[in-house]
Ligand binder design. Structure first.
Ligand code: HEM
Length: 698
């Protein structure tokens, strides 16, 4: 069509569209300013919605803000063009001339990381921000870059408004109604007698290691109010309607701020994308941060160590606005990922790996007295990435996925030698459907409580989960002694079955406001977030995964190949057609595959993502790359690591089962810590500097 477009006309249309889009952005900023001045948009952390904002984006990061504004202008400009009656945007988008015009207008607003990133092929350590992992596209997996899409989104207007209508154009039921009808359970949900609470906890920790989707923020990083008159229509808002007969809530609106948009990968006219504000790789970013700024704040500056509070053993302090302080002397914790304070058990995991880093750093520095702070830090960080990868693929994934899925997606680790597995065409970025739906399967494994357990694995104290959200108090009182007690709970107590049912503590009381008496509903947020991101419905993913679609029978009922009758009936109540089912709800309620915590659709999406995280990671710990590889002896040592060993080395534990993701039993008997294999770090002794040399440990 190139010859067909009238360049002058299109240029003038684009100018008009851009002016209008900029005017709209200015108007939104003025409204935000007003709301902030009127005290409607707040900086406080009291209501559940404010705490959700804290969880999504604590400070209104400047990069996120800049990118979100650029993306909003682009999306609005495209919509303006579409609204001009004589413009055929479908034809325009196919025209190279138009793309050139578009790029000339918008290139400057595109993230600088997208262009002109100079990568050094001799760089030995991963970059903190994840850039330059892939030389062909240095932005793949890097911080502040768009999440990847496996199939195109389905926005209501084809560009950026949330999916709110079904295939007939009628309104979809509210996410809260679906949660009430499909995801609720009376009291305690059934337990998985095979898996421990550590499965839930690792899931959350590793999720924060590779994905964080920022939400939009108001003036000066304030929280955007999305309920009440004049708020629900704000372009940043997509509140959840609560039905008048709701069994728990006596409010009509649950605040929900949309995820920040980001210009798409090539800065071309297209649909709304969401970004990842942490690196996609399993590289230790939850321990070290995903920007140099955060890493520098976390490092002590000597001996390659990370900062701790004065006792040398617990996470350092953050500012008081990053959590809820219960009593005098409390403080918020600071770690590589800002969500560290959300529940005590997550703080436990962050503490485990901060301590593990410092333990490694101290030993490495004794073995290599000639190394400076930077070398010790980077070498410990390099080992840390390997440890996290090995625990994730060697212990966690085999606990939640069955052997067939592990095999199909080639997720197994090699027992010896190198693995030439890197594929330079493989994009390792976290995919949107994985973050917004598939890996949220673990929300069904959250229990209503958090517990402290004695050395002999007896219950000492139990906290309803809603009493500890965002409150690190439990962990930091008694100079962090409770960390040991939480650890023992995580490796002893069976985890709820990932059956699509959600206990009250997350389904009604998430981030509960003690004064107002209401909380949030996590499965409802997950459904709403999927709609916010334009995630196509469940059946589209069944097709993507080569699975049979759900269909209608002649009476208008659903025939769903992987659901039981009871669940199918529940779904029929809330969706008009099998094609309308939201991905989260449809896949989360599938019958679980044998020996698995997910059904076939989530097994496919998890398998695909975890495969990408191996094959698309140039620094993957099994690499045979001559520059980047560990020595064969070092790799053999790394392969001995288990989460049990990390816990033994960093907490007070007398006996432990070798696989802490599985409940203790005849094949997983508790033993003394000394019987759990450990890494012999002498294989890192006498390494030259720079370290990349096979003479270490010789
Ligand atoms: C007590 C434990 C947990 C709490 C309180 C919690 C809470 C939350 C909240 C509030 C969100 C944001 C919801 C939204 O507005 O879209 C979220 C997102 C998410 N959660 Fe959890 N979660 C927990 C455990 C887990 C577990 C066990 C997993 C996985 C096994 C998990 C995976 C995820 C993922 C992948 C996201 C999306 C992250 C992003 O894109 O930023 N979470 N969680």
């Amino acid at each position: 069509h190139d010859e067909e477009i009238d360049v002058d006309q299109v240029k003038s249309d684009l100018d008009t569209a851009l002016t209008r889009a900029k005017d709209k952005a200015n108007q939104v900023e003025l409204t935000d300013k007003d709301k902030r001045q009127q005290g409607k948009d707040t900086l406080t952390r009291e209501t559940p919605e404010e705490l959700l904002d804290l969880f999504a984006a604590p400070d209104g990061n400047i990069n996120v803000k800049r990118l979100a504004k650029a993306a909003s202008i682009q999306l609005d400009a495209l919509k303006e063009l579409e609204s001009m009656e004589h413009v055929d945007t479908f034809r325009l988008k196919a025209s190279k001339k138009f793309i050139r015009l578009w790029k000339a207008k918008f290139d400057k607003q595109c993230p600088t990381t997208y262009t002109g990133l100079a990568c050094d092929p001799k760089e030995y350590y991963r970059r903190i921000d994840g850039s330059c992992n892939n030389f062909k596209d240095p932005t793949w997996g890097a911080v502040f870059c768009p999440q990847a899409r496996l199939i195109p989104p389905m926005y209501d207007d084809g560009i950026d408004t949330p999916r709110v209508r079904d295939r007939l154009g009628l309104p979809l039921k509210s996410a809260r109604v679906i949660s009430n009808e499909v995801h609720s359970v009376d009291g305690k949900s059934p337990r998985n007698q095979r898996l421990t609470m550590m499965v839930m906890q690792w899931g959350q920790f590793i999720d924060h290691e590779f994905v964080s989707t920022p939400g939009l923020k108001g003036e000066d990083g304030s929280n955007i109010e999305c309920c009440g008159e004049g708020n629900e229509d704000r372009p940043q808002c997509f509140p959840i309607q609560i039905p008048s007969d709701d069994p728990v809530y006596n409010i009509s609106c649950m605040g929900f701020v949309r995820s920040a948009p980001v210009p798409n990968h090539d800065c071309q006219p297209g649909y709304r994308e969401q970004m990842n504000q942490v690196t996609s790789f399993i590289d230790g970013s939850a321990v070290y941060g995903s920007t140099e700024e955060t890493t520098n704040k976390l490092r002590s500056g000597t001996g390659g160590l990370l900062k701790t509070v004065a006792d040398g053993n617990t996470l350092p302090k953050n500012s008081d606005d990053k959590c809820i302080l219960e009593t005098k002397g409390d403080y918020c914790q600071f770690a590589g990922d800002f969500r560290v304070n959300v529940v005590p058990s997550l703080g436990q995991s962050h503490t485990a790996f901060m301590r593990e880093h410092n333990r490694l750093a101290k030993q490495l520095s004794e073995l290599n007295p000639h190394w400076d702070d930077e070398t010790i830090f980077q070498e410990a960080r390099r080992i840390m990435a390997a440890i996290l990868q090995i625990i994730n693929y060697g212990e966690y994934l085999p606990a939640i996925l069955n052997k067939d899925t592990m095999k199909k997606y080639q997720l197994g680790l090699k027992k010896d030698g190198y693995n030439k597995i890197y594929r330079k065409n493989m994009n390792p970025s976290i995919t949107n459907a994985f973050a917004v739906a598939a890996f949220r399967f673990g929300h069904s494994q959250i229990a209503n409580y958090q517990m402290l357990m004695s050395r002999g694995y007896q219950e000492v104290k139990r906290f309803p989960i809603e009493q500890v959200y965002h409150r690190p108090h439990v962990l930091i009182e008694n100079s962090g002694e409770s960390l040991d007690f939480v650890t023992r709970w995580l490796i002893d107590d069976p985890t709820p079955l990932a059956d699509g049912l959600f206990e009250d503590g997350v389904r009604n009381k998430l981030f509960l406001d003690k004064k107002k008496g209401h909380g949030l509903d996590l499965p409802a947020l997950n459904i709403q977030r999927g709609r916010d991101h334009g995630i196509p419905p469940y059946n589209h993913w069944r097709v993507y995964c080569n699975l049979e679609k759900g269909v209608m029978d002649t009476d208008g009922g659903f025939i769903l190949p992987d659901h039981d009758n009871d669940t199918t009936h529940k779904l029929e109540h809330v969706y008009r057609h099998a094609d309308d089912i939201d991905l989260f709800t449809g896949a989360m309620t599938e019958n679980l595959l044998p020996d698995s915590s997910v059904g076939p659709t989530f097994a496919c999406l998890l398998g695909e993502q975890f495969r990408r995280l191996i094959k698309g990671d140039r620094f993957w710990h099994e690499t045979s790359d001559k520059l980047l590889r560990f020595t064969k002896e070092q790799l053999a040592e790394l392969r001995k690591i288990t989460l049990a060993r990390v816990l033994c080395d960093n907490f007070e534990i007398d006996t432990i089962q070798p696989n802490v993701f599985l409940v203790p039993g005849p094949n997983n008997k508790r033993v003394k810590c000394k019987d759990i294999p450990e890494i012999d770090l002498t294989k890192w002794a006498s390494c030259p500097k720079p370290v990349y040399s096979s003479t270490c440990g010789k």
